[in-house]
Design a protein around this ligand. Structure first.
Ligand code: AMP
Ligand code: TRP
Length: 332
């Protein structure tokens, strides 16, 4: 079986963009790929975190994998910092990544523009290298992610190729797997910005902690485009195109079918039905999250087993890399 690897940061509430762009794919891939899924807490600390909240959010992301439908008897779910090989390989890869290529990463450019390059952490700069280590440790064939992570997976391939060329075939080259629909869900209050956990305004996203009433209100207030026709045209009607994508993602109905039904009904009716589709699609996940909370010890057990399985694979890769690069005394 080919292998899929992905990671999600424990920072902020999980929103419907994360679900449609990432988690939903992880679950669908389970039949075809061996899945390894990680809560990337070391990535989260590249920006300041409150220790108590961080720990809480690690649990939340781990629980979300399972609630979304990742089956721990088939897939591996673990916390990144429980497997020290991630930091170990990240350092080695850092010595092959260049300052220039990391400077060109758009996520770094965006985040450091907000904070100012003088004050952001060196960890934020090196973030994509840690991500490359995550992926390469497991010799992943595919990396299911939203559109925003494509550049980081390409960097991962570049690093792997560079090192393979110099030291022999150490790493499998991974492919990004971007979903055809939902790879870039936009903010409800601004169809030019992606829906983001770190957004200032909670009305820009729908989080899995939102109640049905909050969801109805947020969708009712979502910005729309001029005119009143519900048609899928991302250029002319970016807000409506985004809402159609969300509707299709949660209802399973193709966009063209939704267009046919709602073209003439006006935005209010469209939004009301959209809200009910989102609520209905989120409900089973929210219910499983609540069930898990009532079952202490279960999550810990899954994560402990996951970390053991992950460590066995990761340590074997690190051993081969150290040997090839010439680190330590080597095998006697
Ligand atoms: P993060 O929360 O940044 O760790 O992202 C977790 C996963 O969700 C990654 O695969 C992202 O590409 C994906 N993702 C984040 N925001 C969005 C969005 N607005 N639309 C679609 N996918 C997203
Ligand atoms: N950088 C990813 C994000 O913000 C999270 C991530 C870390 C990841 N390591 C990864 C995703 C490895 C895929 C594979 O969404």
């Amino acid at each position: 079986m080919k292998r899929a690897f992905s990671g999600v940061q424990p920072s902020g509430n999980i929103h419907i963009g994360n679900y449609l762009g990432a988690f939903r794919q992880f679950v669908q891939l389970q039949d075809v790929y061996e899945g390894i899924y990680c809560v990337v807490d070391l990535h989260a600390i590249t920006v300041p975190q409150d220790p108590g909240e961080l720990r809480e959010q690690i649990r939340e992301v781990a629980a979300f994998y399972l609630a979304a439908g990742i089956d721990p008897s088939r897939s591996t779910v673990f916390v990144q910092s429980d497997v020290p090989a991630h930091t170990e390989l990240a350092w080695i890869l850092n010595c092959f990544a260049t300052f220039g290529e990391l400077s060109r990463m758009t996520q770094f450019k965006d985040k450091s523009r907000k904070g100012g390059q003088e004050s952001v952490s060196a960890g934020l700069f090196n973030y994509p290298v840690l991500m490359a280590a995550d992926i390469l440790l497991y010799q992943a064939d595919v990396v299911p992610v939203g559109e925003d992570q494509k550049q980081h997976v390409e960097l991962t391939r570049d690093l792997a190729e560079r090192i393979n060329r110099r030291f022999g075939p150490l790493f499998r080259l991974p492919e990004p797997l971007i979903p055809p629909l939902g790879a870039r869900i936009m903010a409800l209050d601004n169809p030019q910005a992606k829906m983001s956990k770190s957004a200032e305004s909670p009305s820009s996203y729908i989080s899995f902690t939102d109640s049905p009433d909050v969801i109805r209100r947020k969708i009712a207030r979502a910005v729309t485009d001029s005119g009143r026709e519900v048609i899928y045209d991302p250029e002319a009607k970016p807000a409506i195109a985004n809402l159609l994508t969300i509707f299709s993602g949660f209802s399973g109905r193709p966009v063209h079918e939704l267009e046919r039904e709602y073209r003439e009904t006006g935005y209010a009716r469209f939004k009301a039905d959209l809200a009910e589709a989102v609520i209905a699609g989120m409900e089973p996940i929210q219910r499983r999250l609540a069930e898990m909370e009532a079952e202490p010890g279960y999550l810990e057990q899954v994560l402990r087993q996951g970390a053991e399985r992950a460590a066995a694979i990761a340590e074997s890769t690190v051993r081969q890399v150290k040997e090839a690069v010439g680190l330590g005394l080597g095998r006697a």
